[in-house]
Ligand binder design. Sequence first.
Ligand code: TRP
Length: 353
Amino acid sequence: MAPRRSARTGRQQAIKGMTQDVYLTGITTTGTPHIGNYVGAIRPCIAASKDLSVKNYYFLADYHALAKNEDPDKVSRSTLEISAAWMALGLDTEHAIFYRQSDIPEITELTWILTSMTAKGLMNRAHSYKAAVAANEEGGNKDPDKGITMALYSYPILMAADILMFKATKVPVGRDQKQHVEMARDIAQRFNHHYGNVLELPEAVIGDDTAVLAGLDGRKMSKSYNNTIPLFADEKRLRKLIMKIKTNSLEPGEPKDIEGSTLYDMFKAFATPAETSDIEKRYADGIGWGEMKQLLFEYINDHIKPVRNEYERLIADPAIVEQELVKGADRARETAVPYMAQIRDAIGIRKLG
Ligand code: TRP
């Protein structure tokens, strides 16, 4: 029987040390890539895309964006901007598979199959759903589910399909998404218990907290706080935003703490260790905040300028980006199509003769 055979193959591979990790992560297509996204997610993923010993899938989660009720033009603009950013920053699309979720119909097909295997109670426990209910209750709404779509409620199932479709073993995500990956694992386990060993069990990989950058107001840089610095803001805007970063009221000449300084953290995220230790000395010597902001602006601007030019070229010519995504989808479907046939067979959705 097919499921048992694949279980045995899996174990044999493990014994021989042959199992190759499959890394997969999605980026919801809401908003414009910002410096926090770059440092926390894009940069480590691009570095990983050059590691030829692992298989990498990166995709644009545009169906997930729907759950957030985004404006259609914003969803498509965000898809272009995020793709162009990853490409301009040097994602190795020969090795990594880079695609758009909505180009893989097998993902939505798998979503329904998994929906049939998912306990409603599991979804009731999702943090994002619970937070939406709590907000309604705090707002004094009679209906705790007011304004909550099924897409928000079932969001973890679509995410499980993203992951399970490509037999991902490692899923790099922020801490806020860890529960979703655990749910994908639970759903896969339940499926396998029922239908045999068909799905691979994934595991979340959580980046370290130092990779979380603060935004203009000192809170975590996030679109929802409206405190971001877009990665490819033009020079003038970049300068203006950096000048807005919150500092304390210490005067030039007074020694300053690097601890809790957004300017310092941002500098460190881009600079070499030697440059960072120079800045540490300047802090101890009492560098003025104005001077530090100017220095940070120049540093980031120099770092980003060549990439920004490439980004702008891609934004001006979306057909290049589209072609890359279509190529990625074709490659992704080389795996998804035959695997879906196997999954359909396992659940009894079969041709009759
Ligand atoms: N929900 C994730 C986020 O908002 C994005 C995402 C969608 C994802 N599907 C995924 C991440 C699959 C990892 C794996 O950040």
